[in-house]
Design a protein around this ligand. Structure first.
Ligand code: XUL
Length: 510
């Protein structure tokens, strides 16, 4: 048995996955839903809301309690003494503020030992968008959008940790002054498991607007632009394969872990998913077709988006990864489906009945304000497209989404050689054919259930020396057998030209 534990502390739940690298199997999974398990914290889907919809926090003590709850389940499910290493991933950008870190004592609960340690009782999380003022201040101090993007990997974004820290520093200066440790959700959870403050990895660190994206070190000017004395409150940046120490004796005594079990640095959920989806070599790209469509993948070298729309993070596989979020994903596909009273079968039939290129018809499907490209005023725009033609509109929305993804990921400088696709709409072969044709590369369906936790378990195994990435992922991240969709080269040629027309239309309408 070669057991490794991966945890994922997401917005709504804390999940655990145990893998056995000897048998290439996921041997145990468990999950604790925050709002259901701990109603006393008053969260909705794991989040605390206030009168201001832009402010979204969560109570870190709830995450502490959830760690004990999920480990109890793990203890009941597997022989914990056989777990060789543990790592995890956290929802990105959220921050935890501590006055002190306790010496853990197994005779008391984690909750009682952590309760008095926070200098800020609630943690701002990635859904918080209340820091526009601080974003502007930091961006200006760093020399504008382009300079900020080149320095930190992303333009300033409201949910990013630096602007959030600045807001705390400005609005609660005394509480900020008594803060000794600022952690991300990921490094906070890793610190609990290790029994001492643990480093932040460059995958999650890049989501702060505080890390020099090239050097993967704290960026002195960004720290200075954010808050006084910030450098002394942050842990070091440590690659996510760093062994932070052995698991704290608290967990040995209470849950039966082996004293030699390694506690590995955590990363963000998206960087961890890059491993859980098997994207361990440059050029490997995944697209998740969900409510929003998200494109992410591995990059061999660091390239930043000159338009400041996409993010670059460190990749746990060693180099870099990108994350680009397109808001009008299933949201737009479903809006069209509903407008024409079609089911998914009718939608697919429409794609079958219409030709690649759609006779030059174009749509900009901005049903909601769009993140990429940044469009604040929603609107659906059509060119050479008759609104009464249901089939042409179905093809137009899908072509638009794929062309937009291709166009807005070109700055990465590495065209994908293979795309792994996940998410609800990945079941639709006709949509995937358009994807394969527009990107001119094969598309594989991937049945990921919890790619972040799987990535964490695989990272634990990797950091503990269980093998190279290409060997380790084998059997865990294989695409669905027979799911490959190949591009049709005559179609790819049509889209090479059509993407240019789409770009012109998009620029005209923004
Ligand atoms: C990424 C982001 C979200 C969170 C969700 O930038 O904000 O994907 O990581 O957990």
């Amino acid at each position: 048995m070669s057991l490794y534990l991966g945890l994922d502390s997401s917005t709504q739940s804390l999940s655990a996955m145990v893998i056995d690298t000897a048998t290439r199997a996921i041997v145990f999974e468990a999950s604790v839903n925050f709002s259901e398990a701990f109603p006393e914290y008053g969260t909705q889907s794991g989040t605390l809301r206030s009168d201001d919809p832009a402010v979204v926090h969560a109570p870190p003590l709830m995450w502490v309690e959830a760690l004990e709850a999920v480990l109890l389940q793990v203890k009941d499910g597997v022989d914990v003494s056989q777990i060789k290493a543990v790592s995890g991933s956290g929802q990105q950008h959220g921050s935890v503020y501590l006055k002190s870190f306790p010496e853990l004592d197994a005779s008391q609960s984690l909750k009682s030992q952590l309760a008095g340690c926070f200098s800020r009782e609630t943690s701002p999380i990635w859904m918080d968008s209340s820091t526009s003022k601080q974003c502007e201040e930091i961006r200006e101090a760093l020399g504008g959008m382009q300079a900020t993007t080149e320095a930190t990997g992303s333009n300033t974004f409201e949910r990013f940790t630096g602007p959030q820290i600045r807001k705390f520093y400005q609005e609660e200066p005394e509480a900020y002054a008594e803060t000794k440790h600022i952690a991300l959700v990921s490094s906070f959870m890793a610190s609990l498991l290790t029994g001492k403050p643990v480093g932040i990895d460059p995958g999650d660190g890049a989501g702060m607007n505080l890390m020099d994206i090239q050097a993967k070190q704290w960026h002195a000017s960004a720290l200075e632009a954010t808050a006084e004395d910030l450098g002394s409150k942050l842990p070091p940046l440590s690659p996510s394969h760093t062994v932070a120490g052995n698991i704290a004796s608290y967990f040995v005594e209470k849950y039966g872990f082996d004293p030699g079990c390694k506690s590995i640095v955590w990363t963000g959920d998206n960087p961890s998913s890059v491993i859980g989806l098997g994207l361990v070599a440059p050029g490997m790209t995944a697209i998740s077709l969900g409510t929003s469509d998200t494109l992410f993948g591995s990059m061999g070298k660091c390239a930043t988006d000159p338009n400041g729309e996409g993010h670059v993070f460190g990749s746990p596989a060693g180099d870099y990864m990108t994350l680009i979020c397109f808001k009008n994903g299933s949201l737009a596909r479903e809006a069209i489906l509903n407008q024409y009273g079609l089911g998914w079968e009718g939608f697919s039939k429409s794609l079958d009945e219409t030709p690649a290129g759609n006779h030059g018809a174009l749509m900009l499907p901005w049903f909601e304000p769009e993140i990429v490209p940044h469009v604040l005023t929603p609107g659906v725009h059509r060119q050479n497209l008759d609104e009464s033609d249901a089939a042409a509109n179905c093809r137009a929305v899908v072509e638009a989404q794929m062309m937009s993804m291709k166009l807005h990921s070109e700055w990465m400088g590495e065209a994908p050689t293979k795309i792994f696709v996940t998410g609800g709409a990945s079941a639709n072969e006709q949509i995937l054919q358009v994807m394969a044709d527009v990107f001119d590369c094969p598309v594989h369906r991937f049945e990921s259930t919890n790619s972040a936790a799987l990535g964490a378990a695989l990272r634990a195994a990797h950091a503990a020396g269980a093998g190279e990435w290409s060997d380790l992922i084998h059997g865990f991240t294989d695409p669905v057998a027979g799911s490959e969709i190949l591009p049709k080269h005559e179609h790819a040629a049509i889209y090479r030209d059509k993407v240019k027309a789409y770009q012109v239309f998009e620029q005209a309408m923004r």
